[in-house]
Design a protein around this ligand. Structure first.
Ligand code: ZN
Length: 160
């Protein structure tokens, strides 16, 4: 009866099998009970939440960049609003801004990803800072990134 064995002895904290009461080393997996248990780094969800917020901001930035590139101001030509090729220039500027927004957003996404992974704290912070410039609907991208940046910044100790 396995249940009787388990109740009479004690369980190995490493492999979970029952071991003799007086043994210092598990006869199944070799776990040494005399050695102090390794101190686990205290981990919270704070950097993960921060990272997720920064990632959301990054996706908003990607969407904004895509919209800026996709918008074709030249369509105004057809309704007679083009003045001396101004719409062409505006279109070029918007496309350039869109490309910059996408490049920045990729760095923001990378920072958010490292925040979730609790790795490369510096890159996570850079992503959060760049995310501040991501303008989503009602500045939502900047707000999310700011909260994410604060959460990542305060949980530096949890990063590898
Ligand atoms: Zn064991």
């Amino acid at each position: 009866m396995a249940s009787t064995d388990e109740s009479s002895g004690r369980m190995c904290v490493s492999c979970g099998r029952s071991i003799a009461m007086d043994s210092n080393v598990c006869q199944h997996c070799g776990h040494d009970f005399r050695a102090p248990a390794p101190v686990e780094k205290k981990k919270t969800a704070i950097p993960v939440i921060g990272g997720v917020l920064i990632i959301i901001a990054g996706f908003m930035g990607l969407a904004m960049g895509g919209i800026l590139i996709a918008i074709d101001v030249d369509e105004l030509d057809t309704v007679g609003l083009d003045v001396a090729g101004v719409t062409d220039m505006v279109d070029d500027i918007m496309t350039a801004c869109g490309i910059i927004a996408i490049i920045v957003s990729i760095i923001v996404l990378l920072g958010g990803f490292f925040g979730v992974m609790r790795k490369h704290w510096g890159i996570a912070v850079v992503g959060g800072v760049l995310g501040l410039f991501v303008i989503g609907p009602f500045l939502l991208g900047s707000i999310l990134s700011l909260i994410g940046l604060i959460l990542v910044a305060v949980s530096r100790k949890e990063f590898e």
